[in-house]
Design a protein around this ligand. Structure first.
Ligand code: ADP
Ligand code: ZN
Ligand code: ZN
Length: 733
């Protein structure tokens, strides 16, 4: 009898979230012989006739409104994989972004944990030096190849041997030899234990000290701090000192960076200054390595995790703060599938875990700045550079009626020449890879376009073909204009490939280092290019967006920015905000070291008010002016926006679908509905794209309306139209 009593008090319905779009969770029956699974543990459950899926237990219940539940197949985790806070974050994120809970959870979960077989996670190793450079030089007098690998590791470690293949193809073998000599040691992939915290040997500036004190005064409570500091003002130093404080209290820190390429730099900077366990986390790691980081963070085995966007979901045993570096960066917003903003979720996480959140940037997003202005966020300003270097000087280079050589004006080329002559390095920045902007007939104005997308084709000289940058479709180069037969078909506008070619001709004695997706597509290629630049010889770096962010090139004294004028034609109300951030970030790359920096912007519109406000004054003045305009026009951050995006092969079916959707929306005085409108790129990969734009003064009613719309349209979508809800969109495209 007693036995029976125990059984009835134990919950026997398990609510399981699955990666399915139709329900936040499904009810399953807990077989008597199973242990009670924990909330946050993974289980295997049957779905439909034959499928077995991994699911996440989100709650336990004593009854279900459904009859005849299917039983669980297996319990995979004896301890929960997601703790209370991590699960809360996912639940609230799913609700906010109108995503099904199971889909939210399974986007967050490292792929390793999505498999039913539950195999133990494999472990891989990274190499790092264990001995001093002098000791190694002595020990390796007669082994130059080993010394070469050691020196590389000394500079760049920890690193996997496969990333050293360009130094020596037998790097793996050499590493084992160095290990036998106790000169280097290996540790688990993506982890690093440090115990040699060095003293940087400087005192904090007043601004830094003040910021740190302010942050420390709000430990163990939810508070968002905006660390608003010009490039080189020592934001990283503030992060590091605060992190050290947290470690002293056995708390963990999560540091987010906008892109993979920036993780090693910050990881290294922090690791040199703290004693503890560090981990790195991004999508470039193997599924197993990512799962190990989760495992370690959840058990408190790692102190600091440096991660890209998706790391915001990592479960931590005792999280003390979330730090978001370059918080304005658009990479924090996931633009496909589950559309969430990791920066905004960092703030939500801070609230859930009752911990401080630090948002750092030299060019804060207007959303964040607005919260700082109205006092919701704590505004900490770092206004001077630690090395007291002046900010770079700016020259606007009018491109109208100027002589050009492969994309650069004669004046620009002259400036590059004189900086190289002074043994400095130069960066030419432009956001266009390939050779040209478009291919055009000079007789009839025909332009080569993609058949599947609403986009021009880009010529790539090394491939001798045309490529669509939106679907990757390739086309051969026409010898004649397909429209009029003329031979006057020529490339117009410059991409990185053309600029680099022009620079190679003009400055043949110097190295031209190109960073774009075509020329650096592996970590090893990155490293190789970085090595060339860091070696310190004068050179010209030609790069796209991938170089605009935090990368530190100490010898850079001139930055040239090409091809920004498109922003002035954009229909996106945020275009100038983004351009201002980009220009300031790119300019910040110049003159971080000894030399005073110089910035040249090639533009058709040097008189434009935009440049006058931004550069005669500063980012903050510019932002404040723009914010006033946003307020007057009733745009975010003063209103709340959502976009319904839909795509389909048939344009009129699509139009009808969105029309019906718009008509089905109740009139609401606080919400304006615009559309259906074609997306800025009307067609991509054979699919037409349209959108409804919803803008509201009231976040709550907007979200309610979208919720209703979602429920209504999930039931009636006979044409099988793909459509998505994008809450707080950062782009219309
Ligand atoms: P930010 O992240 O704001 O661009 P960093 O944190 O990279 O700036 O700092 C720029 C440089 O200044 C770094 O090399 C850093 O070591 C150094 N630095 C930071 N704080 C100080 C300080 N108080 N005094 C001298 N140098 C400093
Ligand atoms: Zn023609
Ligand atoms: Zn295309």
């Amino acid at each position: 009898m007693i036995h029976g009593m125990q059984k009835t008090t134990r919950p026997h319905v398990v609510q399981v979230a699955l990666k399915v779009p139709f329900a936040p969770y499904l009810d399953y029956q807990l077989p008597d012989e199973f242990d009670l699974p924990s909330v946050g543990a993974r289980v295997v459950v049957p779905l439909g006739k034959s499928k077995q899926l991994v699911g996440m237990v989100v709650s336990l219940a004593s009854s279900s409104k459904y009859q005849q539940l299917k039983p669980l197949t297996a319990i995979l985790d004896s301890e929960p994989l997601l703790n209370e806070a991590a699960l809360q974050l996912l639940k609230q994120a799913a609700k906010y972004y109108q995503i099904n809970l199971g889909e939210m959870i399974f986007t967050a979960l490292p792929a390793w944990y999505r498999k039913t077989d539950n195999k133990p996670i494999p472990i891989h190793y990274w190499w790092q030096v264990q001995a001093s450079l002098e000791a190694a030089r002595t020990a390796l007098v007669n082994a130059p190849k080993q010394l070469e690998v050691f020196e590389y590791l000394y500079q760049h470690g920890p690193i996997q041997s496969k990333s050293m293949a360009h130094i020596n193809p037998a790097a793996a073998k050499i590493c084992r030899q160095l290990q036998d000599k106790h000169l280097i040691t290996s540790s688990e992939l993506s982890f690093l234990a440090t115990d040699h915290a060095c003293d940087p040997g400087f005192t904090l500036t007043n601004d830094q000290a003040n910021a740190l004190t302010q942050i420390e005064n709000h430990q163990d409570q939810f508070k968002v701090h905006l660390l608003d500091g010009v490039t080189g003002s020592g934001k990283t130093e503030v992060y590091i000192r605060f992190i050290s404080k947290l470690l002293g209290k056995q708390q963990q820190a999560l540091v987010l960076v906008p892109e993979i390429g920036l993780t090693p730099q910050l990881f290294q900077e922090i690791s040199q200054r703290i004693n503890g366990q560090m981990a790195i986390l991004h999508s470039g790691l193997s599924a197993g390595a990512r799962a190990r980081v989760w495992h370690h963070a959840a058990r408190g085995l790692v102190d600091v995790v440096v991660s890209t966007r998706s790391g915001i979901f990592t479960p931590f045993k005792n999280l003390g703060a979330v730090l978001v570096d370059e918080e304005h960066d658009l990479s924090y917003k996931q633009q496909e599938g589950t559309r969430y903003s990791a920066r905004d979720l960092a703030v939500l996480r801070g609230k859930i875990e009752k911990i401080p959140v630090i948002l750092g940037s030299a060019t804060p997003s207007f959303e964040t700045l607005n919260h700082a202005i109205n006092g919701k966020y704590h505004w900490l300003k770092l206004r001077s550079r630690t090395n007291h270097n002046p900010m770079p000087s700016l020259m606007l280079q009018n491109t109208q009626s100027k002589q050009f050589n492969k994309g650069l004006t004669t004046q620009t080329l002259g400036a590059i020449e004189s900086h190289l002559a002074e043994n400095n390095q130069v960066l030419v920045f432009l956001n266009r890879r390939g050779w040209s902007h478009k291919l055009m007939c000079h007789e009839c104005s025909w332009v080569a376009e993609c058949d599947d997308c609403d986009a021009y084709l880009t010529f790539h000289q090394h491939l001798n073909l045309l490529k669509c940058h939106h679907c990757n479709r390739r086309y051969s180069l026409p010898e004649f204009c397909p429209q009029c037969g003329s031979q006057k078909v020529e490339t117009m506008g410059a991409g990185t490939e053309k600029i680099a070619a022009g620079l190679s001709e003009r400055f043949s004695q110097h190295q031209i280092v190109r960073f774009d997706r075509d020329s650096v597509n592996t970590p090893a290629a990155w490293q190789k290019n970085l090595d060339i630049v860091r070696a310190g010889k004068p050179c010209v770096i030609v790069g796209t967006q991938m170089l605009s962010k935090g990368h530190d090139f100490p010898l850079l004294s001139l930055v040239v920015v090409v091809n920004v004028d498109n922003s002035f034609y954009s229909s996106d109300f945020r275009a100038t905000e983004y351009l201002a951030q980009l220009l300031i970030q790119v300019s910040g790359r110049a003159g971080r070291a000894k030399t005073k920096g110089e910035v040249i912007i090639q533009t058709q519109f040097p008189e434009h008010e935009f440049f006058q406000t931004l550069f005669k004054h500063n980012y903050q003045t510019f932002a404040q002016q723009q914010l006033e305009e946003r307020d007057a026009m009733r745009f975010p951050p003063y209103t709340y926006m959502a976009i319904i995006r839909a795509q389909h092969r048939n344009e009129s079916v699509l139009d009808q679908f969105l029309h019906n959707m718009a008509n089905g929306l109740e009139q609401h005085e606080d919400i304006s509905v615009l559309g259906p409108l074609p997306a800025p790129m009307q067609k991509r990969q054979k699919l037409y794209r349209m959108q409804l734009i919803l803008n509201s003064n009231d976040r709550k009613s907007l979200h309610q309306m979208i919720h209703q719309l979602k429920q209504r349209n999930e039931a009636s979508n006979e044409q099988n139209i793909q459509w998505f809800i994008d809450i707080d969109p950062v782009s219309f495209d």
